[in-house]
Design a protein around this ligand. Sequence first.
Ligand code: TXA
Ligand code: MG
Length: 327
Amino acid sequence: MTRISTDVAEAVQVLDSGGLVGLPTETVYGLAADATSRPAVESVFRAKGRPPGHPLIVHVAGAAALDRWAIEVPDTARTLVERWWPGPVTVLLRRRDRVMDEITGGRDTVALRAPAHPLAAAVLEALEPSGRALVAPSANRFGRVSPTRASDVVAELGDVVDLVLDGGTCSVGIESAIVDLSGEVPVLLRTGQIPLAVLAESVPGLAPAGSDAPSVAPGMLASHYAPTARVLLLAHDSSQSEIEATVAAQLAEGLSVGLLAGGAGRAVDGSTMLDTGPDAESYARCLYRRMREADERTLDVVVAVPPAPVGAGIAVTDRLRRAAHPH
Ligand code: TXA
Ligand code: MG
């Protein structure tokens, strides 16, 4: 049985002995293991069913750890983390040799992030004096929806996790933004709560990841973050009659339908309302929980109305697109 606890010392003990801990961060729950232990890192891949070669983010206590894991750290990286750490921003830098190939997937870069959740921060503080840190991919099976509360980690991974630290519901709800500062041109590899325009205040010239970009972040597969239910993505400015027509067409096929949308007054007869709240931030916060709910209710189809593509709405739309991609 997986233990659920709020005891940081107990979590540190599990990590010390090479175990796996479900770790609450402000974005999503991670599956944490000692980043300096090869067997521990290997067990993360096994637990998630994650193919080797898909690199992991190293979670650190703060900016002081930058030079311990990376070399040639540019000033923009220091400016960016000074502004956003601890917080939902990951930086990609040139790796130090000591970073295991298993973590980087054999690349010459390493992804670093200091999470803001107090329980994650406390665990990392405890490891910091011995020069350790944590790999922590989202605590879901490969390709599936990230967990945003402790019980979802258990539902997703079961006994392969030794202990889940219960830090409540994640306040951000979608994964961190990943900013690649390892090359000539800074690139936003994965969108997050903090939009490109705001990150660019610290990183001048920050470019969006082009669709023709090399597969630098193999976790960014077209199909990802997907529930079992089929996701039908509508336009953010769909009218209520368009939404009703889409739902009706699915119902006519004999399918059970969930409607994932924000704001009151959107409910459609015959479908299950999966309410995402009043704004893009609340949409992000409950997106994955609502997708899990759709599966818990064994719905066949989720008709999704995304938030307007501004601010956090950009990243939510990105996740919905990937969820809607055939898989
Ligand atoms: O918010 C988050 O970042 C969460 C929480 C738990 O911290 N973690 C997370 O980890 O989303 P994961 O493993 O699910 O996603 C990490 C992404 C993957 O797409 C991976 O390919 C990319 O980061 N990544 C990690 N290291 C990389 C590297 N050296 N080069 C390119 N991409 C890298
Ligand atoms: Mg993930």
